[in-house]
Structures are given as structure tokens and as C-alpha cells.
Design a protein around this ligand. Structure first.
Ligand code: NAG
Ligand code: NAG
Length: 362
């Protein structure tokens, strides 16, 4: 009898404990989400002629395009957003709810569409074709050379050269010491320049992409892949965000937009006022340079396919602020991030003053 009562009491308690989440009023007011595209084919510009799979015929979708695996990665990311933000976003899509931008790359546009497919399956008034659980969602993009928001770099090579002009010879000798041997092997086998670290990083991507596609890498690559080329790829991210000038260039414009849009909401000037979400479909360079510029996370690998950086805008007891999350679909649940000098919930005025030095003026 006593056990039965205990069981009933426990059941009641667990019900009560389970409930508050529903009753508690959500403090979420706006979302800014940035993500990397899905798994892709190699880029033609990052291919060397002696590579066993250098022929375009190995890549049915074309150079640099999303693969079927990549489509699933992005679709699942959309489903993750839907699950996490279902109540906040509501059932039906409306043009005013979502501001959705990609840069002018096929793979970021397709990835964005796939995320939207997972995020906004038609419900209620949006159902238009009972045989198809999908609805079209519009997006915007501008030419790459006019896109400081999502394409601050012309290429990794350009950005790396740009970075070096701002950095001491110390970093170059640091790279030479750490990767000189690997670059020599790379140069002997691919014909690239042995001092071109940006190419080293790009060729690391190509090997990773080919491995992801299930291709057997040429045997010489075991000398450099995954290490030390993986560490080189990580170091390139650190070089590209090594000081405030570089952070301003790599992440500043998008960060400034996030802050500006957040203040517009707070001041009641956001247009349209019912906006719930800003969506940015871009690259590993965007995601990685964002968290490195904010000094919010230690990079141990370049941001994987479908990884995402989320700025949640909350209003908690009258205080407006941001909560930051990094989502890596390979690792499951979102990872809460903090920037130096602030807490997990960072009041917007504090956040602004902490990152002010990396915001561009115009
Ligand atoms: C690439 O493969 C196609 C189809 O197998 C073939 O016709 C073509 O000659 C190949 N190109 C090179 C450069 O090997
Ligand atoms: C600058 O780059 C070097 C080389 O990758 C790295 O060791 C260092 O931590 C970076 N510094 C900052 C502040 O990012």
C-alpha cells in the first residue's frame, strides 16, 4: 500500500515537474541563425591533376554542388530548428516572419531551401498540394563582390594574403615550422607551391570531401591527411581572425546587422514588426569566423557541414539580451556559448559594448 502511494505521489510530482515548461511564458523574441551548407563535391579550383578522382564524371551533381547526403544534412537542420522553435514560430509561414538570405553560391541557396523544407512543412492554411509536404519560400542574394554580410572574402587565398599583410612575420614562421614538411609533401605530389598555406587548407577540404564521398584517397595522402593538414585548416581560421581589423572584416558586418536588427525590435522599429527570424545560409568561414571573432569557442576542427550559429534574442524580466548557441549536427544538442566578459544571457547593451571594436563603421 505504502509503495503504491509512493508511486502515485512520484507520478504526480513528475507530472508537475514536467509541466512548468509549458506554463512558463517564453522569453524568446527573435532569432538570427547562420549555418553552413551541406556535404558537397570538391571544387574544381581545389583539384590537382594527379588526383585519382580528378575527372568531373566522378561528381554527378557537378563541382562544388551538394550531394544527396548534404541535402539530408540541411533538411535535418531545418527539422532541428522546427523542433526547437515550434511554439515560437507557429504553424503557418507568412512572408513577414522570415528574412532569408544566401550568398551567391549554388550550395548555399540549395542548402537554404532544404533547411526551409525541414523548418516550414506546410501546415493548415499553407497546405497547397496534399501529395507534397513542401512549400516554396523565397530568399534573397546579392553578387558575391557586393556581399560583405555573407561573403566578406573573395577567396580563402585572398583573405589569407590579406591577413598576412596585417600580421607579423612571426605567424608565417610559426606556420612554416609547423607545416613546412607537410607542405613539401603536398607540393611534390600535387605541384602546388610549398609555401601556399591557403592551398594546403583547400586541399585538406578536397581530401575530406573525397573521403566523405567514399573515395579511396591516394596512398601518399596518409603522410599529411588528416594531420597535420587538419590543424593547418584550423590555423588558417585563427589567422583570418587574428586581430580586430580582420575580425571586423570577417564577421563584423553580419554581427552589426544582428545587433542593429535586435535594437530595432527593442525600440519597436523593426519592419515588419512581426519578424520572427533572420536566416543566413553560408559557409564554414562564416560560422567559424563568427565564433572565433567573438572569442566564444575554441576551434578544434573547421565547422562541419550543417553546423549553425544561433543568436536568440530574449527579454528576461525586462532586460533584453542575447543567448548564443553553436549547433553541430554531428554532436547533437546545441552548445551554449559565452563571450569573454558576459554571461550565457548577455544583456544587449553589454554585448554591444564588448564587441563594438569589431563592428565596421559603415
Ligand atoms: C573524364 O571521364 C569521361 C567519361 O568517362 C571521359 O570521356 C573523359 O575523357 C575523361 N576526361 C579526362 C580528362 O580524363
Ligand atoms: C593567431 O594565429 C596563430 C597561428 O594560427 C595562432 O596560434 C594564434 O592563437 C592566433 N591568435 C589569435 C588571437 O587568434
Amino acid at each position: 500500500m505504502q509503495t503504491l502511494i509512493l508511486v502515485i505521489v512520484l507520478a504526480l510530482i513528475s507530472q508537475l515537474v514536467g509541466k512548468p515548461a509549458l506554463k512558463e511564458k517564453s522569453t524568446l523574441r527573435l532569432l538570427h541563425v547562420l549555418f553552413r551548407h551541406g556535404n558537397r563535391n570538391p571544387e574544381e579550383t581545389s583539384m590537382w591533376s594527379s588526383n585519382s578522382f580528378s575527372n568531373a564524371s566522378n561528381y554527378p551533381e557537378g563541382w562544388g554542388q551538394l550531394t544527396n547526403k548534404g541535402k539530408m544534412t540541411e533538411y535535418k537542420l531545418g527539422q532541428f530548428y522546427r523542433e526547437r522553435y515550434d511554439q515560437f514560430l507557429g504553424d503557418t509561414w507568412n512572408i513577414d516572419y522570415v528574412d532569408f538570405r544566401c550568398d551567391n553560391y549554388d550550395r548555399t541557396k540549395m542548402s537554404g531551401e532544404l533547411v526551409m523544407a525541414g523548418l516550414w512543412p506546410p501546415r493548415g492554411a499553407n497546405v497547397w498540394n496534399k501529395g507534397l509536404a513542401w512549400q516554396p519560400i523565397p530568399f534573397e542574394y546579392v553578387p558575391l563582390n557586393k556581399d560583405p554580410l555573407l561573403y566578406p572574402i573573395v577567396s580563402v587565398q585572398f583573405q589569407f594574403d590579406f591577413a598576412l599583410t596585417f600580421l607579423s612575420g612571426k605567424i608565417q614562421s610559426h606556420l612554416a615550422k609547423k607545416y613546412g614538411e607537410a607542405m613539401k609533401i603536398l607540393s611534390q605530389n600535387t605541384g602546388c607551391s610549398a609555401t601556399n598555406y591557403a592551398i594546403g587548407s583547400a586541399y585538406y577540404d578536397t581530401m575530406m570531401v573525397q573521403e566523405d564521398l567514399g573515395f579511396k584517397l591516394d596512398s601518399w595522402t596518409t603522410q599529411v591527411y588528416p594531420e597535420p593538414l587538419k590543424s593547418l585548416a584550423v590555423d588558417i581560421f585563427y589567422v583570418m581572425t587574428n586581430n580586430t581589423v580582420l575580425r571586423k572584416k570577417m564577421a563584423g558586418s553580419l554581427l552589426k546587422k544582428v545587433i542593429t536588427d535586435t535594437y530595432s525590435l527593442i525600440h519597436g522599429t523593426l519592419s515588419p514588426p512581426t519578424r520572427k527570424m533572420f536566416v543566413y545560409s553560408a559557409h564554414d568561414t562564416n560560422v567559424g569566423s563568427m565564433y572565433l571573432s567573438l572569442q566564444a569557442y575554441k576551434m578544434d576542427q573547421p565547422p562541419p557541414y550543417g553546423s549553425s550559429f544561433i543568436f536568440e534574442v530574449h527579454e528576461i524580466e525586462g532586460v533584453w539580451g542575447l543567448k548564443l548557441f553553436l549547433v553541430d549536427y554531428t554532436k547533437g544538442s546545441p552548445h551554449s556559448l559565452t563571450i569573454p566578459g558576459c554571461e550565457e544571457f548577455c544583456p544587449i547593451d553589454e554585448f554591444y559594448s564588448l564587441v563594438d571594436d569589431i563592428l565596421p563603421l559603415d
